[in-house]
Design a protein. Structure first.
Length: 661
């Protein structure tokens, strides 16, 4: 594999003529943005390469209002958008939902960025055109698309603890185009900071069991019979595996302090196949169709101890998931007049979850989800625009099998059904084409997942098949000003009031066999989130640019104030200075995070400041070397208590962009 990539790179270097970036795959967008979308909610390929963000979680951490988190006991990267987690913020690839059916989560560290052209984030009031469960927003990952007879991107190199390589090749010939991508990412481990103090389960130096390997293949075939219509077939195949670091903290109330988890994930595999079509029905309207099949399989092995060889103790097991979903959606847009556009969408999705531990029979759960939405955008005048949206979401359980490990029998849960409504409205005032103010309101919902309704929580809970949807009311005022000469200012203030939150209620039933009280997930919670975001970009002089992002959020648990929300700092500041001379580029990037809660009972991780430095050296007009150092001051820090992050680390990469017209 490595040898093949090197031969391809060598061929490109000696045959190329011009460097260009492949275009954004417009057919994969849900809410289409312009050629230069705002940096407040969008990340492009240039920045992913510049900052060397190799997975989607690390990449989105650049956007204000988004916080990266670490589910340490599962070695997963997650994101919080204005305090909402990935159960409430679904993830899409080219408009196709890819979140795991059982619990709604997805490990964004497994999604590498090599074949991605743009990531678009909707905060709070995501369009009802996305479909169900967008209570806190939506993330859409848009892949690349060729624009020339031959578009090639390739790269690879070394980073502390591992290596990577990728190749994207695309061609447009007549009315057809084809795109293929292959990437490999491998991390053997990483060095902890020299300031880390050894503890019982971690002696410092190389952090154990944080290894990971990800391979991804992507294919796309497209046909454009004319400028107004387009059809495409896409396929993604992600093959991953990862270790799981042992808890290395000092919180004696944490169950992992006395009973560490010795886990490994031999495989974490995802495949998606989809068909997209955009059909121009007439001069004033179009019909967009999506059909898809998504498959997710993984295995978790739990061992007796740190030797990772025996599975004899009661807590040792091997758990296997075999999930898939099949779905379709359609969107119709019509220009009722030059100033009014109406869009309607319908969605169908059937999720199937199969699981078992080795030695047990497989049990199956399945949900059917329907959704419909309609939006209207009306330009009242040159200065005023009004938008509105209405959505209906429905979920029906069609199968839910329960396994009794004592009697070795399978029975059925009650299935249950639930529906919910989403409502949106926004008013925009344009002071000029480069300056506008937007006020918006939305009531958004999330339907309960299979895990919410049916999980026993490792024997500590009573399932609740009748759970209803959570809902949030979002209020936002947003300002965007690109008319300040060398400045670009974007700012927002927001308030979210959340009700019917699915939360644990203690002592609902006494288990006489186990001698303890059991809890249950119920629609009991209320919460309030409010905050502000500011992004300022300043072109100091020719070749010198500076940017500063600030995000503030306060989250209050109104139902049970003693239970803290975790993983999101109240204040976060990031800043960047870039100096470019021709193709030579030098960058300093820093971030400061205040302390954040790691547990609901009040344990915190301290705040931290990180500084990164990098440079781009052109070897040719389409060949570049990128090198840098992250965590320059070797800060010892954690995103969650007990799981220390990487110390000072380095990277050197070769990147090639080549096109033949």
């Amino acid at each position: 594999m490595k040898r093949s990539l090197l031969l391809i790179l060598f061929f490109i270097i000696y045959t190329g003529v011009q460097a260009q970036n492949p275009a954004v795959f417009r057919l994969g967008e849900v809410v289409v943005k312009g050629a230069e979308p705002d940096t407040f909610s969008t990340l492009n390929k240039t920045d992913m390469l510049r900052y060397q963000r190799l997975n989607v979680a690390k990449a989105l951490d650049l956007i204000p209002g988004i916080t990266i988190g670490n589910v340490g006991p599962r070695n997963e990267s997650v994101l919080y958008i204005r305090g909402f987690n990935l159960r409430q913020v679904p993830v899409f690839v080219d408009g196709i939902p890819v979140y795991v059916p059982y619990d709604g989560y997805v490990d964004l560290a497994r999604f590498t960025t090599y074949d991605i052209s743009r990531i678009t984030v909707s905060k709070g009031n995501a369009s009802v055109l996305y479909g169900p469960n967008t209570m806190g927003g939506a993330i859409n990952i848009v892949t690349v698309q060729p624009v020339h007879k031959l578009d090639l991107q390739a790269g690879g190199g070394w980073f502390s603890g591992g290596h990577d390589g990728f190749l994207n090749a695309g061609s447009r010939f007549g009315k057809f185009y084809a795109q293929a991508g292959l990437s490999v990412y491998k991390r053997n481990g990483y060095q902890l900071s020299d300031k880390f103090t050894p503890v019982k389960n971690e002696d410092g130096g190389n952090r154990d069991h944080v290894d990971a390997k990800d391979m991804k293949l992507s294919l796309k075939l497209g046909y454009r019979p004319n400028r107004r219509s387009e059809y495409a077939l896409g396929y993604l195949d992600q093959q991953g595996e990862k270790g799981n670091p042992v808890y290395a903290g000092q919180d004696t109330l944490n169950s992992l302090f006395k009973n560490p988890r010795y886990w490994q994930w031999p495989y974490w595999n995802k495949r998606s196949a989809y068909f997209l079509a955009n059909i121009q029905t007439d001069s004033a309207g179009y019909l967009k169709l999506r059909l898809y099949y998504d498959q997710f399989r993984n295995r978790l092995d739990s061992y007796d101890d740190g030797s990772y060889t025996r599975q004899t103790r009661p807590y040792a097991f091997s758990s296997l998931y075999n999930d898939h979903n099949i779905g379709a959606n359609a969107e119709y847009r019509k220009a009722l007049s030059g100033s009014n556009h109406l869009t309607a969408s319908v969605h169908f999705k059937q999720d199937v979850h199969k699981e078992h531990n080795l030695g047990e029979p497989e049990r199956e759960m399945a949900d059917r989800t329907l959704a419909a939405g309609i939006t209207d955008e009306h330009r009242l005048s040159a200065r005023w625009t009004v938008k509105a949206g209405l959505g209906w979401n429905f979920r029906e359980g069609i199968r839910a099998e329960d396994y009794n490990s004592q009697s070795k029998t399978i029975s059925s849960f009650p299935h249950g059904r639930n529906d919910a409504w989403n409502v949106q409205a926004a008013l925009l005032h344009y002071f000029s084409t480069a300056r506008h103010l937007e006020a918006s309101f939305g009531r958004m919902t999330r339907l309960a997942t299979m895990k919410d309704r049916y999980s026993y929580r490792l024997g500590t809970a009573v399932p609740n098949p009748g759970l209803n949807a959570e809902d949030a009311q979002h209020y936002e005022l947003k300002y965007d000003d690109a008319a300040l000469g060398r400045f670009r200012l974007q700012a927002a203030v927001f308030l979210s009031r959340i009700s019917n939150v699915i939360q644990r209620v203690n002592n609902v039933r006494y288990d006489t066999a186990a001698g303890r009280w059991l809890s249950q997930m119920q629609n009991k919670g209320r919460a309030s989130f409010h905050g502000a975001e500011v992004s300022v970009n300043y072109r100091v002089t020719k070749g010198l640019n500076a940017g500063l992002n600030y995000a503030y959020i306060s989250r209050r648990n109104l139902s049970e104030p003693q239970i803290r929300f975790t993983d999101v700092p109240d204040h976060r500041v990031t800043g960047t200075v870039i100096y470019a001379l021709n193709a030579l580029e030098v960058m300093l990037n820093g971030e400061y995070n205040t302390a954040r809660y790691s547990t609901s009972y009040g344990v915190k991780t301290p705040g931290f400041f990180l500084l990164n430095a990098s440079g781009v050296i052109p070897l040719h007009r389409w060949v570049k070397v990128i090198a840098g150092v992250n965590n320059l001051f070797d800060k010892n820090y954690s995103l969650v208590e007990g799981y220390p992050e990487q110390g000072r680390n380095y990277f050197v990469k070769l990147n090639i962009h080549y096109s033949r017209l």
